[in-house]
Design a protein around this ligand. Structure first.
Ligand code: OSB
Ligand code: MG
Length: 374
């Protein structure tokens, strides 16, 4: 398989409702959309999940553009690829920049699946025909707003509710939520806003029967999470801290996490995501697929990954309509009764809606292999 052309689009989409975390509020989603075209004309699509500011990890839309244009595209045009698994190997001389790598690799996975007339899910080894979905809810202005939003999503069928917490809006909010919804599968995501000094406070979560607490401590920590896990009963789920198979191995070895959230972008692509899935499976650590407020292409990749057997907890990949007035794929991602049906068309299984893609494009760059071969 030879990649002949890469098209990179800079996109801007207004979110249906702003999304607030412990770091701030996102109103517009900026991201890169990639197309990789092989020598037979198969077109694969990938989406970079980096945000416009580096609060979640160090990457941004613009750092991704720089790394893709100046490093990843030249590598890609000067190598041969038998299988998408080769891509991460070719990119390994470039340190980190995982979301940039994942966007390129994702487009190649899609092109590869189309080339082999199979679905991306099958190409990855996934078997599930439908996946269970949960929802992640940003920090709200008031408790009553939060309760009515949770009720709305429960009514829509979502199987698990995740709420964002921060040090001045945490235990009391969760207590009230648990009181209002005694039986709902509930969890909280702190996005790294605590330290080990908050252990006593976090211990109070144990009476609330939460499925897990996601990333309470530093974005790059593994050690303190292991200490915290010995002090609290609520299972710790790592998100930001796991950027590779090696991170997952170490976290499992020292007991930092009972659960791992796998995000394709954070770990550098589907190949690495699969490896993390596999090591967790071997050690009895359940995983679920995290979300980055993706548009349709990124959402489609998440759905395909979630068909692997150890994705036994509902993920954050909700339906298109939770985020967008109109998504950039057709059909859109639809949640019915708390499930998304895995598409059966080849590749990512959804067609880009070119009219919408063009509507939200703010810049476009094309790279041809002929201009790069050395
Ligand atoms: O930590 O999982 C996170 C959104 C932006 C950045 C980080 C996170 C999130 C979410 C939302 O929780 C997931 C989604 O709905 O895509
Ligand atoms: Mg998280």
């Amino acid at each position: 398989m030879q990649i002949e052309k890469i098209i990179v689009r800079r996109m801007k989409m207004r979110m249906k409702t702003p999304f607030t975390t412990s770091f701030g509020t996102m109103i517009d989603k900026h991201f890169l959309l990639l197309e990789a075209i092989d020598e037979l004309g198969n077109r694969g699509w990938g989406e970079s999940v980096a945000f416009d500011a580096p609060w979640y990890t160090e990457e941004t839309v613009d750092t991704n553009f720089h790394i893709i244009k100046d490093f990843l595209v030249p590598i890609l045009f000067n190598c041969h690829i038998e299988h998408p698994d080769d891509v991460s190997e070719r990119f390994s001389p470039i340190r980190r920049n995982n979301m940039a790598k994942a966007a390129v690799e994702g487009a190649i996975w899609d092109a590869y699946a189309k080339r082999n007339r199979t679905t991306l899910a099958e190409a990855l080894g996934g078997k599930r025909k439908r996946i269970e979905v949960g929802i992640s809810i940003g920090i709200q202005g008031s408790l009553s707003d939060l309760i009515s939003i949770v009720q709305k999503y429960i009514d829509e069928g979502y199987k698990r509710i995740k709420v964002k917490i921060k040090p001045d809006a945490d235990i009391e909010v969760l207590k009230q939520l648990r009181k209002a919804f005694p039986d709902v599968p509930l969890m909280a995501d702190a996005n790294s806003s605590y330290s080990l000094a908050d252990a006593e406070k976090l211990k109070q979560l144990d009476s609330l029967d939460l499925l897990m607490i996601e990333q309470p401590l530093a974005h790059d920590d593994i050690i303190d999470h292991a200490k915290l896990q010995k002090m609290i009963q609520t299972p710790i789920c790592l998100d930001e801290s796991i950027t590779s198979l090696e991170d997952a191995r170490k976290a499992i070895e020292i007991g930092s996490a009972g659960v791992i959230n796998i995000k394709i972008g954070r770990v550098g692509g589907l190949t690495e995501a699969k490896k993390i899935h596999d090591i967790c499976f071997e050690h009895g650590i359940p995983v679920w697929c995290g979300g980055m407020l993706e548009a349709g292409v990124g959402r489609a990749h998440n759905i395909a990954l979630t068909t692997l057997p150890n994705f036994i907890l509902p993920g954050d990949t909700a339906g298109s309509s939770r985020y967008w007035d109109q998504d950039i794929i057709q059909p859109e991602v639809v949640v019915e009764d708390g499930y998304i049906s895995v598409p059966t068309a080849f590749g990512i299984g959804y067609e880009p809606n070119i009219e919408m893609v063009e509507k939200f494009t703010t810049g476009i760059w094309q790279f041809n292999r002929n201009d790069f071969i050395s």
